[in-house]
Design a protein around this ligand. Structure first.
Ligand SMILES: O=C(O)CCC(=O)C(=O)O
Length: 316
């Protein structure tokens, strides 16, 4: 029997998450004004609880299933690297498109605890772009080199994107947590380098002042089920996992509704199996679904929701 393509289902397909029944029920997920100001100034917020223990367990199980090369639904992935590491002594599992393959990894996109902060940061309705699974095994987990996400996304325009990184293990400096360079979202766009290669390759393209700012990097240590949100141009990366614990994560990448295709032969992404729209066309259904229509969902409550724009920041 052919595998089910969950990408054609727009909304929750399981009971892993509960959809709020009233504006009041959305309130518990609001980022505070201080968190929005931190994002404006530093380019990220972290330590936001998105998953409970049961949800973490389910997503971990699904990640382990799809990390087996011959699993049903393998054909729906946009990119699939059993080991993307350039260093043959380390392993980095990295795959994009899991939301089409397993119900929990699909439903996490419609998790209200993710949708509310994402709305506040983008300030408009937004669509699914793609997801990413990253798994660094214990003892020999590979690096994710310093980079800015939008450097890989120039096949879309304009810049109005957001990343949410969700830990499926407790993460710290020992097992290869993410690091951010606060304020680097103001650097402008830098040329991309190999994602799982030389950790510092991107420094070649930076000014001496920017290179010095690497000294300010901060580790994003969090408990499993917690998440960070970062700006599409924030410089980030993660080091090897030499610890006895695994370091698994799922990442959600979204863009504001109205984002257009900008695809050409020079910027075509990875493996070429991403759903494509002709240049200049709006990216939309079925594989870039609207995750949140704020007017419809929040109604009168909308005007009282604090946003990044209301504190003078933006994701562009
Ligand atoms: O999980 C990692 O180490 C890298 C994640 C990443 O690059 C991202 O979330 O944009």
């Amino acid at each position: 029997m052919p595998a089910q393509d969950y990408g054609l289902k727009h909304g929750l397909v399981s009971d892993l998450f509960t959809w709020p029944r009233s504006p009041k029920e959305w309130e518990q997920y609001l980022l505070t004004k201080e968190q929005l100001e931190q994002f404006r100034d530093k380019g990220f917020v972290s330590g936001i609880t998105l998953l409970n223990k049961e949800q973490v367990e389910q997503l971990r199980d699904e990640l382990e299933e799809v990390a087996q090369q011959d699993h049903p639904g393998r054909e729906f992935f946009y990119e699939y690297h059993s080991n993307e590491s350039d260093d043959r002594n380390t392993t980095l599992f990295h795959a994009l498109g899991a939301w089409r393959v397993r119900p929990g990894l699909h439903d996490v996109l419609w998790n209200p605890a993710f949708l509310m902060p994402a709305y506040q940061l983008l300030g408009s309705g937004f669509r699914m772009f793609h997801d990413q699974l990253f798994s660094k095994p214990a003892q020999h987990g590979g690096v994710v080199a310093w980079h800015q996400d939008f450097a890989y996304w120039t096949w879309t325009r304009p810049l109005q994107h957001l990343t949410c990184w969700i830990g499926l293990d407790d993460v710290d400096t020992e097992n290869g947590c993410l690091y951010y360079i606060p304020g680097s979202h103001r650097w402008g766009l830098v040329e991309k380098t190999s994602l799982a290669g030389d950790m510092y390759a991107v420094r070649e393209a930076l000014t001496p002042e920017q290179q010095l700012e690497f000294d300010q990097k901060i580790p994003i240590e969090m408990k499993r089920g917690q998440a960070s949100f970062h700006h599409p141009v924030l410089m980030h990366g993660s080091y090897e996992n030499r610890s006895s614990r695994s370091r698994r994560a799922t990442v959600i990448n979204v863009f504001a509704d109205g984002t257009l295709s900008n695809i050409n032969e020079q910027n075509r992404p990875g493996s070429g199996s991403y759903p494509e729209f002709p240049p200049g066309e709006k990216m939309g259904d079925p594989y870039y679904p609207l995750l949140l229509d704020p007017q419809r969902e929040f109604g009168d409550f909308l005007s009282s929701i604090p946003t990044l724009k209301s504190v003078g920041g933006s994701c562009s």
